[in-house]
Design a protein around this ligand. Structure first.
Ligand code: SF4
Length: 364
């Protein structure tokens, strides 16, 4: 297939649907397939793919939305930095509305904080160049997808000797989170729909341990309905027919087994692996990225002191359980009644990639 329309072709989707139903016609067990990518979550809901599947396949959303998995402690720290007169906070727009323990970046901006929405770390670097009397902090959140561009920006800042540009690194790594979920006895996962963007950077090899050690099949897939239906079909084939778990790539137009070597080199040059705290999952060993000593002059935490309030979760919000796949948005008492995209109580309702937000917009 060459053109994007072909990946939205309803005839092709129906054909895949029939094949999936055919394989599973006598299959007695329930199968749970988890996706760990916010864009996949949104496409699955928006396209109504769950409704095309046999009743014994359940698509479960995991911790794939970067804003959602960012811990309250990280957000509280960003808010505390934003209260300093000598700091400009720069961030992706999705972070603005996320409620922290007692405030949000949007509220802080409303009360005079210099908090600016940018589209990239490079935009933040430009703000630093234009405001040499201020310390400009970029909120580095997200997965392996965004980390290389932040690494590249840090290198540019070093080359240009820019001394008022800093990163608050909250970058996270997806494979360790998937392992944490597999080891969580409260969740059962039969197959992973692996993320497209993350895999464009890391390739498919980092998931191999999930297939070999945990015997759970993985398929890396793209972002159109045909991509996702194809991935489901490939997973079902592995589970029911070949019974031999492996990592397959459906998204061959973007993902190579070995990933993007240049992006990986950049990441490894600037960042080192560290433990990281995920909303709902808690601390996961070796699942985050911190800035290496060589580039530590750009590390906000190493250079700018700040007092951070004691973090607490938002009352009544079960985002953590939703991110682990233990509960669904309708299980939350606040869903649709108090918590809406206009008035989000928790992170999963803020970004369009959040499970609560996708459920709110498309589940009916
Ligand atoms: S509906 Fe709102 S309050 Fe409930 S879990 Fe989702 S984000 Fe949290």
């Amino acid at each position: 297939m060459k053109y994007i329309d072909e990946y939205r072709d309803t005839a092709l989707i129906q054909k895949l649907k029939r094949k999936i139903h055919h394989i599973l016609q006598h299959y007695p067990k329930e199968l749970v397939l988890m996706e760990v990518c916010g864009t996949h979550t949104m496409i699955i809901f928006r396209s109504g793919l769950q409704k095309l599947l046999p009743q014994n396949i359940y698509l479960l959303s995991g911790p794939g939305c970067p804003v959602c998995v960012t811990s309250n402690h990280y957000l509280d720290k960003a808010i505390a930095y934003g209260r300093r007169d000598d700091v400009i906070i720069t961030t992706f727009g999705d972070m603005m509305k996320v409620p922290g323990s007692s405030s949000s970046l949007e509220k802080e901006k409303g009360t005079g904080g210099d908090i600016r929405v940018v589209y990239s770390a490079l935009d933040a670097l430009k703000i630093a160049q234009d405001n040499p009397e201020k310390k400009v902090i970029f909120l580095g959140i997200g997965f392996e997808t965004t980390a290389p561009t932040v690494a590249a920006t840090i290198k540019i800042a070093k080359e240009q000797n820019i001394q008022n540009f800093f990163i608050l690194s909250g970058h996270k790594l997806m494979p360790p989170a998937m392992e944490a979920l597999v080891n969580d006895r409260r969740i059962h996962i039969d197959g992973f729909i692996c993320p497209g963007h993350v895999s464009t950077v890391i390739g498919s090899k980092p998931y191999e341990f999930i297939a070999t050690e945990y015997k759970i099949p993985c398929v890396v897939t793209g972002f159109e309905p045909v991509d996702i239906m194809s991935a489901i079909f490939m997973l079902i084939q592995q589970i029911v027919e070949t019974k031999s778990p492996e990592v397959q790539i459906e998204y061959t137009r973007s993902v190579k087994e070995e990933g993007n070597k240049k992006a990986l080199r950049l990441m490894r040059e600037v960042f080192e692996i560290t433990d990281s705290s995920w909303r709902g999952i808690g601390n996961i060993p070796a699942s985050g990225l911190k800035i290496k000593e060589k580039f530590s002059s750009f590390d906000a935490e190493a250079n700018i002191e700040v007092e951070v309030e004691k973090s607490k979760e938002n009352k009544g919000c079960i985002c953590g359980d939703i991110l682990r796949g233990i509960k669904r948005p309708p299980d939350c008492k606040l869903f649709k009644k108090v918590c809406t995209p206009e008035n989000p109580v928790g992170a999963c309702m803020v970004s369009s990639e959040g499970t609560c937000s996708a459920y709110f917009k498309y589940a009916d």
